[in-house]
Ligand binder design. Sequence first.
Ligand SMILES: [Zn+2]
Ligand SMILES: [Zn+2]
Length: 166
Amino acid sequence: MHLEGSCHCGAVKFSFTSHTPYPYGRCYCSICRKVNGGGGFTINIMGDYDTLKIEGEKNISVYRANNNHRGNYEEDGLGFSRRSFCSNCGTMLWNYNPNYGQWFYPFASAIDTPLPVAPEHNHIMLAYKANWVDVPEGPTEKHYDYYPDDSIESWHKDRGLYDESD
Ligand SMILES: [Zn+2]
Ligand SMILES: [Zn+2]
């Protein structure tokens, strides 16, 4: 599925192919809930990194956190995850981790193409949730203190939602 996204001020636009476009996973970790998400969580989808086309790349800044749940850092003391955002308006655009370099993880909030509606949701990293955030309950809502047991790809494939189109 071809998806297009942009920051709020329009200085950065991007497009890519996603086989896993359902915005089903909400991360409540201390990094995500601060850098993106007035609701106290972030939703990332996944795209093929080699299909990413960027307009206005010079307007992008990258944030790497110096603390994370796994305590997993590069030699410079910063985490592997690279969160790209617009230097002008601050919109979070995507997350990228060179250890999983085939993919990148656009923030659903930056996507302009209408995304399909997820039939179920994963709520992850709830150990780090802010106390004021209400988490939906019910048969379609799965809850995890830390990471889920499925990958973004397997979640889509298990439900017949994996999108084969470019
Ligand atoms: Zn912007
Ligand atoms: Zn997170």
